[in-house]
Design a binder for this molecule. Structure first.
Ligand code: FJE
Ligand code: FE
Length: 319
């Protein structure tokens, strides 16, 4: 077993002290027993078809399409592809978090408070919009691909100060065992923990499974969870179920874990995302997500007149 400890994390503006992160754990143990009481099964399988979004970008929308609207606390998962001169020019957010994970290329982010940053392959930006952000998200050269997840905030957190956690690829805790690699963006897997602070309790794991491998991942029993396959093919939930191909979302039943098999001859890549349900009413108007219609009307007014968190929008344009 090899353990490397990483003490200097490149996280900006994080609001609490972070524990040290065990960055890479490799183990030769072979234990395939799925010690679950109630294994999760696939309730629903939906193809994320391509659609146009933003300014000339293409997204495969998984969560958030009409068939996949109620997966509390998740609002949207877009597998995006964007090239210049397209992008996501100046737009607002309030009431939730956006998590951007790059697969290829780069996205440069600028906001009205002067925050600016570029993330590349394997990097994560975890943005808490809280009471208000206006920003642009624009591509690097050539083709730029990644995943953007929107996670709702509970009523008590909707109007908090905006915050960023940027986690560069080298600082994402990674573990490997028996042909299964996991990158832990949020939560815990294979004994490694993410340093990201999630106001809404969330797990976000990126798996690469080699041909012939299997994995049994525990998940908090009452959390909602789903899988999105972006490369290769895999068998999820029950060993006798048919394989899932790329660009499908699998909504999982409740239970304490998920079993996955790669019976194919190519690597399988997918994300496993879970979160504690908030159980509050959700009223969404585009990039504003609140609990009631009157809060949405208030938000539109705040944005229009530059109030209650949107003050800086008045004189700001991205470069
Ligand atoms: C948005 C339309 C949008 N998916 N994936 C309406 F396109 C967006 C938006 C995004 C987005 C940005 C990135 Cl970098 C990746 C995305 C939608 O910005 F916020 C609204 N309201
Ligand atoms: Fe945005």
């Amino acid at each position: 077993m090899r353990i490397r400890q990483q003490f200097s994390l490149l996280i900006t503006n994080i609001r609490r002290s972070l524990p040290p992160v065990r960055n890479i754990i490799m183990s030769s143990e072979s234990d395939h027993s799925p010690a679950f009481n109630t294994p999760r099964l696939v309730l629903k399988k939906v193809l994320a078809k391509s659609q146009r979004e933003g300014d000339g970008a293409v997204v495969r929308r998984g969560i958030g399409r009409s068939e996949l609207k109620n997966l509390d606390p998740f609002l949207m998962l877009d597998h995006f592809s964007v090239s210049p001169p397209g992008g996501f020019p100046d737009h607002p957010h309030r009431g939730f978090e956006t998590v951007t994970y790059m697969l290829e290329g780069a996205i440069t982010h600028q906001d009205f408070a002067g925050h600016k940053g570029t993330i590349g392959p394997g990097d994560v930006q975890w943005m808490t919009a809280g009471r208000g952000i206006v920003h642009s998200e624009m591509p690097g050269e050539a083709t730029n691909k990644g995943l953007q997840l929107w996670i709702n905030l509970s009523a008590k957190d909707k109007m908090i100060e905006p915050n960023y956690q940027e986690l560069l690829s080298d600082n994402i805790p990674t573990a490997e065992k028996d042909g299964v690699e996991v990158r832990v963006i949020a939560g815990e897997a294979m004994g490694v923990h993410s340093p990201v602070y999630t106001r809404t309790p969330t797990m976000y794991l990126v798996f690469t499974m080699m041909p012939g491998s299997e994995w049994h991942q525990s998940i908090p029993e009452s959390w909602n969870s789903f899988v999105y396959v972006f490369e290769g093919e895999g068998v999820f939930g029950s060993p006798s179920s048919s394989p899932t191909m790329p660009y499908h979302v699998l909504v999982l039943s409740l239970g304490d874990g998920l079993s996955v098999w790669n019976n194919s001859s190519k690597p399988l890549k997918f994300v496993l995302i879970g979160g504690q349900p908030i159980n509050e009413p959700v009223v969404q108007y585009g990039p504003f997500v609140m609990n009631t219609q009157s809060e949405i009307e208030k938000t539109i007014e705040d944005y229009q007149y530059g109030k209650n968190g949107f003050e800086m929008r008045n004189n700001w344009r991205s470069q």
